[in-house]
Design a protein around this ligand. Structure first.
Ligand code: FES
Length: 80
């Protein structure tokens, strides 16, 4: 399922990023590009990240991810 339409990032790509060690929304965004354009998908990306972290059994990472989701301090890509 496509989660980030701007960057064409699927839930499978997000889950793979988490499996490969990404443990926050910021890290997943850095690795996949998800949420780095309009930002409209960030809550959905964050939910997929949180679910993936839970399934990877990394509770401390879930807390960190939730914290970064709340702040949503990801930069937007410049249009043009
Ligand atoms: S839909 Fe993901 S950044 Fe726009």
């Amino acid at each position: 399922m496509l989660v980030c339409h701007c960057r064409g990032v699927s839930d499978r790509q997000i889950k793979r990023a988490v499996k490969n060690g990404a443990c926050s929304l910021r890290e997943v965004a850095r690795e996949t590009g998800a949420g780095m354009r309009c930002g409209g998908c960030r809550s959905n990306v964050a939910q997929v990240v949180q679910d993936a972290l839970k399934s990877e059994l990394r509770p401390s990472s879930v807390a960190s991810s939730v914290s970064s989701m709340i702040r949503l301090e990801l930069p937007m890509a410049a249009e043009g």
